[in-house]
Design a protein around this ligand. Structure first.
Ligand SMILES: [Ca+2]
Ligand SMILES: [Ca+2]
Ligand SMILES: [Ca+2]
Length: 309
């Protein structure tokens, strides 16, 4: 006689599939290279990688690494099944399939990031930053649209969604030699940065997935994951010229008033493995008003020529 019903077997299988597994960056011989090459695809050369991360040898936890089991949060987008993960605390807090804390915290005692500081209001600074950066170029002539897939999640959801100082992240791109860095992690078809304040239960909620323990006090949260809330899978996109050297910095950190030492409540930035891709730059179709205007000009020229002949 079977001990389990078919439903129980299916349910348990789903639980096993959805559990996230984390590998610390320290497990890799050259972690900066591994974590950045893990994002890449054919045709994009990634080099000169640099990782700024923290590891606690006493508890064997780190602030960067790789993940599998992204099915727990990927909303059916398999590009996020595995990849590289960075945190303002410990990536290991994502290990497994349960949400055990409303405010899980890794205190890294690490510094902030100047590019993230530039996104913050005066008097607010970043700390406990983890960053992965590298040079890259497309090995073809032409103009291309590049994109990188990611999900942002945090234990600062839902409590701090309206706070003026929440954890933050950025995906900064600049052409080598041009010091102006652009944060390309923006809400689709807008220039608004993706953040706890811009995507949450109340704002852009269709792109948000709440998993907060407050709503599930028995611990059986909707998603099998430590994150109390997270975004849809997004793509950070930009246009670049081929055979031209660019730099990308991906950074996440705690943020708080400069005169405080607040650095708790982890956030995580998950980047899809081999999701850094490129395609020929799409030239937008002319809009209807432009076509109408062009038609009127041509008609007028034709009329003038007819009158002259
Ligand atoms: Ca922290
Ligand atoms: Ca929370
Ligand atoms: Ca949590």
């Amino acid at each position: 006689m079977n001990r389990y019903t078919p439903f129980q077997i299916i349910f348990c299988t789903a639980m096993i599939v959805s559990a996230m597994q984390i590998t610390n960056y320290t497990a890799y011989t050259t972690p900066a290279d591994y974590l950045s090459q893990y994002l890449g695809t054919d045709g994009i050369v990634i080099e000169n990688a640099l990782l700024t991360a923290t590891y606690d040898p006493d508890i064997h936890y780190g602030s960067a690494g790789t993940f599998t089991g992204g099915e727990a949060i990927n909303q059916g987008n398999s590009i996020m099944n595995e990849g590289t993960v960075l945190s303002s605390g410990y990536v290991n807090h994502l290990q497994g399939n349960s949400n055990v804390s409303d405010n899980i915290s890794g205190y890294l005692a690490a510094g902030g990031d100047p590019d993230l500081d530039a996104l913050l209001d005066q008097g607010i600074t970043s700390r406990d930053a983890t960053a992965l950066e590298f040079d890259f170029h497309v090995v073809e002539e032409g103009t291309f649209d590049l994109s990188l897939s990611y999900i942002f999640g945090s234990d600062e959801y839902d409590e701090y969604a309206t706070s003026s100082y929440t954890d933050l992240f950025g995906i900064f791109v600049n052409e080598r030699g041009n010091l102006e860095k652009r944060n390309i992690a923006t809400i689709p078809v807008t220039s608004t940065p993706v953040s706890i304040g811009t995507i949450n239960l109340d704002i852009n909620s269709s792109m948000y997935h709440s998993n907060d323990l407050t709503d599930y006090p028995d611990g059986n949260t909707l998603f099998s994951n430590e994150m109390d809330g997270f975004t849809d899978p997004f793509t950070a996109s930009f246009t670049a010229r081929g055979n031209t050297l660019y730099h990308m910095k991906i950074a996440v950190a705690d943020a708080a008033p400069s005169n405080s030492d607040e650095r708790g409540w982890d956030s995580w930035l998950l980047l899809g493995a081999h999701s850094f891709t490129y395609a020929p730059h799409a030239v937008p179709e002319p809009s209807a008003p432009i076509l109408l205007f062009t038609g009127l000009i041509l008609s007028a020229l034709l009329f003038i020529n007819t009158r002259r002949s």
